[in-house]
Design a binder for this molecule. Structure first.
Ligand code: PGA
Length: 249
């Protein structure tokens, strides 16, 4: 059965000292939970984060990686560099990567392939923009994003895929999708996956919701049957808020 997961995407926040302090707070305040806790600090702090959470039931994820095995790609990070320091999970396709760094679904398909080749887990982000929802085109957009980036995968690859539906209009805006809007889309996604890969894959894939999840709205969103957790931005930067969201299940 699928897992509940709450992942903190720290984006370009927290220097080294702050990263260690936030992790220390999370470790100190965390309660026993069946929910998987994931944190995604910046690249330069990944190794220290891995060392700090060893044995603490916290997963460290990268926020991005390059699709090539290595080579002349100034400023980029390869999958093997992540796995070598103990990072086995990577966030791909975040809307900020798509918007500011021009990542397309075709590019993301190759990043996903590289990650899977290195036996990494992928938290794959996707979601419609406000204009798509206003035109009532949001289901189509999401279907195309999944089809173009993921539907070339084999059935067994889905063991390593976590989906994160993040409507772009809800990210960092304080505007969340209502729990009903989240459920409606998550159900659509699960049914789509069932159509393409069968119900076993669909039932086992965790689908996270992201976009202005906070301690005061997490419980209602997570209570929906097809919402298996959250990808948290702003509210993951304070241990108490992040853990309140983890404990909302
Ligand atoms: P937010 O970010 O929680 O600050 O809206 C979510 C995300 O970008 O993953």
């Amino acid at each position: 059965m699928r897992k509940n997961i709450v992942a903190g995407n720290w984006k370009m926040h927290k220097n080294h000292t702050e990263t260690l302090a936030l992790l220390e707070d999370i470790i100190a305040q965390k309660q026993e939970t069946a929910t998987e806790i994931v944190v995604a600090p910046t690249f330069v702090n990944l190794k220290a984060a891995v060392d700090q959470v060893t044995g603490k039931n916290i997963t460290v994820a990268a926020q991005n990686m390059h699709q090539a095995e290595g080579g002349a790609f100034t400023g980029e990070i390869a999958a093997s560099m992540l796995t070598d320091i103990g990072v086995q999970t990577v966030i791909l396709g975040h809307s900020e990567r798509r918007a500011y760094f021009h990542e397309t679904d075709a590019l993301l398909a190759s990043k996903v392939d590289t990650a899977l080749k290195h036996e990494m887990r992928v938290i794959f982000c996707f979601g419609e923009e406000l204009k798509d929802r206003q035109k009532n085109n949001h289901f189509n957009i999401v279907e195309y994003q999944l089809r173009d980036a993921l539907f070339h995968l084999k059935k067994e690859d889905w063991k390593s895929i976590i989906l994160a539906y993040e409507p772009v209009w809800a990210i960092g805006t304080g505007e969340t999708a209502s729990p009903e809007q989240a459920q409606e889309m998550h159900q659509f996604i699960r049914e789509l996956i069932a159509k393409v890969y069968g119900t076993e894959v669909a039932d086992n894939v965790s689908i996270l919701y992201g976009g202005s999840v906070k301690p005061d709205n997490a419980k209602e969103i997570f209570s929906k049957p097809d919402v298996d957790g959250g990808l948290i931005g702003g509210a993951s930067l304070k241990a108490a808020d992040f853990l309140a969201i983890v404990n909302a299940f």
